[in-house]
Ligand binder design. Structure first.
Ligand code: ME8
Length: 643
């Protein structure tokens, strides 16, 4: 199969921000996903450098347009590698071959009779770089730029867009996948339910010189959209050449909803006039807002990719944007939201699964993956993995990245539970259960291999690390080809390599920004060390009431992976919420006697009142962290005091 995926070419009147980063991450992820399927892929991005807006921005900075566009275009080009985005082609509309292609197409369309000269009066929005219709205005203003458009009368050249209206409509009706998600297809069908006006495609040089001269009239330059859209053809060597032959009929464009009309109406009618087949698909996503507010320079809430990478890391950013946004709908960025995803999904779920599994293997078998043992096997992970691969493949192909990731996280969650319910640390103590231990560890590591493979398009850097940790080369087909996404690929006797933690935990900004609280804590600490050097008095110890409690029931708490609700006898019956769900299954602890702090003020955790605290040892070993419940060396009556 062959894939050609493009992003919009971004205007160089502003520096890259989160919105540009998102579209480009999407295109990069999709191209990597297609490469996993062994497709021949071409991924293109670039910059849009002509037109009023750019000329104005250059003038504001007091530099020539060329000097200005060179500088900002380089910023876009240099941003992508920092996000692990690897386009095959970066196109600039000031490139000589692009200028030549635009002029060739203009001449062809003109010769065909699809361009004519006429007088026009219209409402022009500089922000949109196009004439708006009365209907598009909200309260007399452009809804995107909130400015009153200028009324302009000009003699100009026009493209006969209306001539192709019916053909386009027929194509959209016959090809439901042409524009997705469906809401945008409906929006386009609604535009097309009214007669289309022809498109003004020139600007007189008396008003604007920063553009591509019309080949048939040098008193005009080309309207920036007619120039910009053609980049998708220039980038593959239109009109001839191998790349054009290979990639044009599979072209897929990714854009946000702001530029739906140029892509779904201007562009296809231009292509029809050129006599070419239409592009294959238009994928339209929603807008990133920041803290529920539109990102804008004037509000000062523009989020820059470089700052995000420095703060959260590349893969956390890639994961967050793809997991958080339902493709097609708007989404809101906030620092708390990304920290929460990073800590919970990446550090806790994925990071812990990886570090616990590999640390156990290193401890129990010296880091060698032993073959699973017949008769000791189970298919718990294998069954879910097969279902996940299937839904992942479908959802990634449909740009439903958040769903693909949600299904992967089901597997991660099950694998974490698999550790708890199989207690490899107990198996390791019993020589007769070695076969089962090897099987459990094999299943966990085979799951890690599949995760490395499936997550590769989303978090390429992390997956390179995960592959190396699993003792595989980063380009091993076992972690880079979907053909290997079937159970049992990890060869026995593979030797792990020790790697650092995948995702260090982060503090949420809110927490960080509580200096008063921190200061208080600090002061308390100082007071404690100064007055008592960290020691407490016997009286203080006596204030603490420790007791032996017998666990008589245990159950998970809804929506929490960490907490278990315990009912204990101490000797009265009480409820204690304990953060041990990642290490103990409810069944495994009923009947155990544990030590509790019995005189703590009750607190509510996830809606359940906790009347005390269970004591446990916190173990940090080989990058693995776990909790081991405290207990007493011989059974005693429940409620016995510990002194
Ligand atoms: O329109 N949320 O360039 P542009 C999500 N040069 N995506 C966003 C976004 C946001 N808040 N803001 C911008 C142009 N984007 C033309 C395109 S193509 C032939 C010419 C992304 O710099 C999104 O992809 O204004 C949107 O469509 C694009 O940037 C607009 O980029």
């Amino acid at each position: 199969m062959t894939t050609y995926i493009t992003t919009p070419i971004y205007y160089v009147n502003a520096q890259p921000h989160l919105g540009h980063a998102y579209t480009t991450i999407v295109a990069d992820t999709y191209s990597r996903f297609r490469r996993l399927s062994d497709d021949s892929v071409r991924f293109q991005t670039g910059t849009d450098e002509h037109g009023d807006k750019i000329a104005e921005a250059a003038e504001k900075e007091g530099v020539s347009p060329k000097e200005y566009v060179d500088r900002i275009s380089a910023m876009f080009r240099d941003t992508w590698p920092t996000l692990d985005i690897t386009p095959d082609n970066f196109i600039r509309t000031t490139d000589a071959n692009h200028v030549a292609t635009v002029q060739k197409i203009l001449q062809d369309v003109y010769d065909k009779g699809d361009i004519y000269f006429d007088k026009y009066t219209g409402l022009y929005c500089t922000g949109c770089e196009r004439f708006l219709t009365e209907k598009e205005l909200v309260g007399g203003k452009c809804p995107d730029h909130l400015t009153v458009p200028d009324e302009i009368t000009e003699e100009n050249y026009f493209f006969r867009m209306s001539k192709y209206q019916q053909e386009l409509l027929d194509h959209i009706n016959a090809n439901p996948e042409f524009i997705t998600p469906e809401r945008y297809r409906n929006e386009v069908l609604s535009f097309l339910s009214e007669p289309l006006e022809d498109l003004c495609i020139s600007r007189p040089t008396s008003r604007l010189t920063w553009g591509i001269p019309l080949p048939f009239d040098d008193k005009f330059v080309t309207y920036v959209w007619f120039d910009a859209l053609i980049n998708y053809l220039t980038g593959i060597g239109y009109p001839d050449g191998e790349l054009f032959e290979k990639y044009w009929n599979v072209a897929e464009h990714v854009i946000a909803k702001d530029i739906l009309k140029p892509h779904a109406i201007y562009w296809p009618t231009m292509i029809l006039s050129m006599g070419l087949p239409l592009y294959k698909k238009l994928h339209v996503h929603g807008y990133w807002n920041v803290d529920e507010t539109k990102m804008s320079k004037s509000i000062g809430n523009v989020v820059r990719p470089a700052e995000l990478v420095a703060e959260y890391g590349v893969d956390s950013l890639r994961y967050f944007t793809l997991r958080e946004m339902s493709f097609g709908l708007d989404s809101s960025f906030s620092s708390d939201a990304i920290v929460t995803r990073k800590n919970s999904d990446l550090a806790n779920d994925l990071g812990n699964l990886y570090s616990r599994s590999t640390a156990m293997l290193i401890k129990y078998t010296g880091g060698v993956v032993m073959a699973p043992v017949a008769g000791e096997d189970d298919t718990v992970l294998q069954d879910l993995a097969a279902a996940v691969v299937e839904s992942y493949t479908e959802n990634m192909a449909d740009f439903q990245f958040h769903r693909a990731l949600a299904s992967i996280w089901e597997l991660i969650s099950l694998a974490n539970k698999y550790i708890v319910s199989n207690e490899p640390w107990s198996l390791a103590k019993d020589p007769e259960r070695e076969g089962r231990l090897h099987t459990v560890l094999y299943n966990l590591h085979e799951t890690l291999r599949l995760l490395t493979l499936l997550l590769q398009p989303v978090m390429p850097g992390t997956c390179r690390k995960m592959a190396l940790g699993l003792g595989l080369k980063e380009d091993d087909p076992l972690v880079t080809s979907l053909a290997a996404a079937t159970w049992g690929g990890l060869p026995a006797n593979t030797k792990l390599t020790k790697i650092d933690a995948l995702f260090p935990r982060m503090e949420s900004k809110k927490k960080k920004q509580q200096p008063q609280k921190q200061e208080k804590k600090q002061k308390k600490k100082v007071a404690k060390t100064e007055s008592m050097e960290g020691l407490i008095t016997f009286d203080q110890f006596q204030n603490l009431e420790l007791r032996v409690a017998e666990i008589i029931a245990a159950e998970p708490i809804k929506k929490s992976d960490r907490l278990l609700k315990l009912t204990v006898k101490a000797p009265e019956e009480r409820t204690i919420v304990a953060g041990i769900a990642e290490y103990y299954s409810p069944d495994s602890i009923v009947g155990k006697q544990v030590l509790i702090v019995a005189n703590l003020k009750p607190v509510k955790l996830m809606g359940v009142e906790s009347q005390g605290m269970v004591l446990a040892a916190k173990v940090e070993e080989d990058g693995e962290s776990r909790l081991v419940l405290s207990t007493i060396s011989a059974p005693v009556p429940a409620g016995s005091k510990v002194a």
